[in-house]
Write a protein that binds this ligand. Structure first.
Ligand code: ZN
Length: 282
């Protein structure tokens, strides 16, 4: 199943058509995407499995928002690809380096990223992202995929000056409004042959900046689920950005940062593509 937030309503994406879950279910499933992710996921799966779709609209005719627009937590992982740890000149971490992006930073997969006034070190980070289920605490790695509703992707846009101000201020430097484009869909595991080997690509104005497979992850998805759930209760709809591959702007020689008018494309195998234009805050 590919679950989308189309014009702020829960929808199924089937080929290039969006079907409204509320209408398709005769009103049994609510229209609010966050409600469906939190409380009606199984009903959406059942409806999808039944396979009778009518009344679709072309996906190009709707505005796609973040598929889970209102998570209570957005976890993110620093330095989780070997190549990125290397380019950052850092030792491989012994445990996952988790920070949070505030949910207020979420926008849709084709929305603009606003480059904040007076901030000039805005950087891209393409990331495989998983959407948690209501799975409680202490999830063993072997049970991790049962603790996940599906996968999506996100950009962990980062303003490097803020990020490294006041010692390390990761959460603020990565939480300016619009700094978390997410989508286009939440894709269930049955549509993804191997989450441990997905190609993650980030282009800026058609130049390939990042191109790596998730097999380069230091802490894989089961390890992240185990670690986070050893500390926090996993709740349906919470997101986890799994870290970014090598190729960010700040470590380039010379460094390269996002400019007004730049277009960021993020693409992950089996999950689709996001395209976000950068606009300077006025
Ligand atoms: Zn990141």
């Amino acid at each position: 199943m590919r679950f989308v937030n189309a014009d702020r309503r829960a929808g199924l994406l089937v080929d290039d058509q969006v079907f409204d879950l509320h209408e398709l279910s005769g009103g049994a499933i609510p229209a609010d995407p966050a409600e469906v992710v939190r409380h009606h996921w199984q009903a959406a799966l059942d409806l999808h499995a039944a396979g009778s779709f009518s009344g679709g609209r072309p996906v190009g005719d709707v505005h796609l928002g973040a598929p889970m627009p209102d998570p209570r937590a957005v976890y993110a992982v620093g330095l989780n690809y070997r190549g990125h740890a290397e380019e950052s000149g850092m030792e491989l971490p012994a445990i996952p380096a988790i920070f949070t992006k505030f949910p207020t930073s979420l926008v849709g997969p084709f929305d603009d990223v606003v480059l904040p006034k007076g901030k000039f070190m805005n950087d891209w980070e393409a990331e495989l992202t998983f959407v948690l289920a209501d799975a409680g605490r202490y999830v063993a790695p072997a049970d991790a995929y049962d603790a996940i509703l599906g996968f999506t992707m996100a950009q962990d846009i980062s303003e490097r000056a803020t990020q490294f101000q006041a010692m390390s201020q990761f959460s603020m430097g990565k939480s300016f409004d619009t700094f978390c484009p997410c989508g286009p869909a939440i894709v269930t595991l049955d549509e993804i042959p191997d989450p441990a080997s997905l190609r993650v690509v980030c282009r800026v104005n058609d130049d390939v900046m990042q191109d790596e497979r998730t097999s380069d992850l230091i802490f894989d998805v089961p390890a992240l689920v185990e670690f986070i759930s050893s500390i926090c209760t996993l709740r349906a709809g919470d997101l986890c950005l799994t870290g970014t591959p090598a190729g960010v702007g700040v470590t380039r020689k010379p460094p390269q940062f996002l400019q007004d008018g730049d277009v960021i494309e993020t693409e992950i195998e089996h999950l689709g593509l996001m395209r976000n234009r950068c606009v300077a805050e006025t």
